[in-house]
Design a protein around this ligand. Structure first.
Ligand code: ADP
Ligand code: XUL
Length: 527
């Protein structure tokens, strides 16, 4: 291990399906990854009964997960880190990333409860009594259409909401979710002292006191004034009574929320490391992919597929499908999100009894453009474009042809990424990719061909956790009076060069012709 005297920085990522950790070692102006670990919720914590990280529900529009499961996962992962052989006395700071929009509801016992966790007892029975709502609605929930309309109407229309908060109302955003809870379960809402995001909840668990929300994750709530990075009172009024008193404060992404509480110090022998404010997974991936200059574009192929890039000024999407979020740098980021990402690819893979290798071979066995055959892979309600009634649509595509269907799902997803990112107004020369499916070269080739751009894959398995570790380093240096610019934070990372996939000109020409046909099919079918 190089630079044995370096300080260590831990980045965590509580995503839909797993909790991951990346540890960076920093010596002088250079830093490098010394440890990566991950724990999958379904496999490691089967007693919660999640499927792909989501609790079972009879209503397909409802998607909740378990805050207690996330805390138990945190406990397991920190135990693994403590046993890893790394000298964690050198741990200077921790930060985190989390799936965005999800909300955790705590009662007025939480402030004291989090501060007095007993390290000798298991955590779950200590967390359960602090919750005013046992489960957390997550980003896959699409059960709040009526609440979205109510909020938009109350603030003066979807355009006004988008101008102020960065997005029109979306079903998964925290504001509509809070409205549904406050009106459907008023007694439980009345017993709620604090509504956290997944990110700020886990930061609170680590510090033992209510942690703030950063603008990167706060902008996914339909509650934050994007330009002012403060709560927007008309949106709070439209959402739930006395909401301001129930929300954490907002703080810059580089702020220190506190120190690792005595609980974690005793339980795992960790030092009183600084805990920097947590953020959303997409804002953290933005940092890990080095996207701090406007014009650069990233794609995450995780449970959701997302395409995003930095913005100096917030330019809201007139079409209403994209969002503007805060960037951890203090500027902004544009993003478009697709719900039918990896799980849709898995559905097609499983339908034809394939492994990922077989999936890649099947993709290669059909021609780019699929002889005009198209699919809309809306296995679940879709976010972009908004589709409430799920169902796969095919045109000119034989359902029994495995190879053509594999190609169709990937082509549809890549064409959708290209079509619905146009609003950001960026000419794409290079795409920086991450996420579980970025391991698949055949998928990246279709991406390169559709965009006519070089695709570069970062060689760290979890970009959001890496971004969180880089943010921890940045925040620590700022706090210590030795600030590091974002360029130096990113350029100082010693990492293997990214794998590059180049576009084939003939395939790109084929996709340029296909895009209008895809767009017309989507428009006709979205209802
Ligand atoms: P999240 O962070 O949203 O939990 P990940 O970025 O970890 O998700 O991605 C997990 C997904 O990666 C899995 O659901 C799986 O479908 C996908 N995946 C893993 N390996 C491959 C592969 N070789 N080809 C395509 N997809 C893959
Ligand atoms: C972003 C979004 C998802 C989640 C889950 O708006 O809904 O990307 O952050 O990763």
């Amino acid at each position: 291990m190089a630079g044995v005297d370096g300080e260590l920085y831990l980045g965590l990522d509580c995503s839909t399906q797993s909790l991951s950790a990346v540890v960076l070692e920093s010596t002088g102006r250079r830093h490098h990854v010394v440890l990566e670990r991950s724990l999958t919720f379904d496999a490691a914590l089967p007693h919660y009964g999640t499927h792909h990280g989501v609790l079972p529900s009879s209503n397909p529009l409802v998607a909740h997960s378990s805050p207690v499961m996330w805390v138990e996962a945190l406990d397991h992962l920190l135990a693994e880190l403590a046993a890893s052989g790394l000298d964690l006395r050198r741990l200077a700071a921790i930060s985190g990333a989390a799936q965005q929009h999800g909300s955790v509801y705590l009662n007025d016992g939480a402030a004291r409860g989090l501060d007095t966790l007993d390290p000798s007892r298991p955590l779950p029975p200590q967390i359960v009594p602090l919750l005013s709502r046992p489960t957390a609605p997550i980003w896959m929930d699409s059960s709040t259409r009526a609440e979205c309309t109510a909020i938009e109407t109350a603030v003066g229309g979807p355009e006004r909401l988008a101008q102020r908060t960065g997005s029109r109302a979306f079903e998964r955003f925290t504001g509509p979710q809070i409205l549904k809870f406050a009106s459907g379960e008023p007694a439980a809402y009345a017993a709620t002292d604090r509504v956290h995001l997944v990110s700020s909840f886990l930061a609170s668990v680590l510090t033992g006191r209510h942690a703030p929300i950063d603008p990167g994750d706060g902008s996914g709530m339909n509650l934050m004034d994007l330009a002012a990075a403060g709560w927007w009172q008309p949106a709070l009024d439209a959402t739930a009574p006395d909401l301001r008193a129930r929300l954490p404060g907002l703080a810059p992404s580089s702020a220190i929320a506190g120190r690792l509480s005595p609980h974690w110090q005793f339980r795992h022998g960790l030092p009183a490391a600084k805990v920097a404010v947590w953020s959303g997974d997409n804002p953290c991936s933005l940092i890990a992919l080095g996207l701090v200059r406007e014009g650069r574009v990233g794609v995450s192929l995780g449970t959701s597929d997302t395409i995003f890039g930095p913005m100096r000024e917030p330019r809201v999407d007139a079409g209403g499908t994209g969002h503007v979020f805060g960037s951890p740098t203090g500027e902004f980021m544009g993003i478009t999100v697709f719900r039918n990402g990896s799980l849709a690819r898995e559905r097609v893979r499983d339908r034809y009894g394939l492994t990922w290798e077989g999936f890649s071979r099947a993709l290669g066995a059909s021609p780019p453009g699929n002889a005009g055959g198209l699919m809309l892979p809306w296995f679940e309600p879709e976010i972009t474009p908004a589709v409430a009634v799920p169902g796969v649509r095919r045109r000119g595509l034989d359902e029994h042809d495995a190879s053509a269907n594999v190609r169709a799902v990937v082509e549809a997803q890549m064409l959708a990424l290209a079509l619905h990112s146009r609003w950001m107004g960026v000419t794409v020369d290079v795409l920086h990719v991450t996420g579980g499916a970025a391991a698949n070269h055949a998928i990246l080739q279709v991406m390169a061909d559709v965009f006519g751009a070089t695709v570069k894959r970062i060689e760290v398995s979890n970009a959001a956790a890496l971004g969180a570790a880089l943010r921890a380093l940045h925040a620590d240096r700022l706090d210590a009076g030795r600030p590091l610019s974002w360029d130096d934070t990113i350029d100082g990372l010693d990492a293997p060069p990214p794998a590059s996939v180049h576009p084939a000109p003939t395939s790109h020409a084929r996709y340029r012709d296909l895009l209008p046909a895809y767009a017309a099919f989507e428009l006709a079918e979205r209802g």
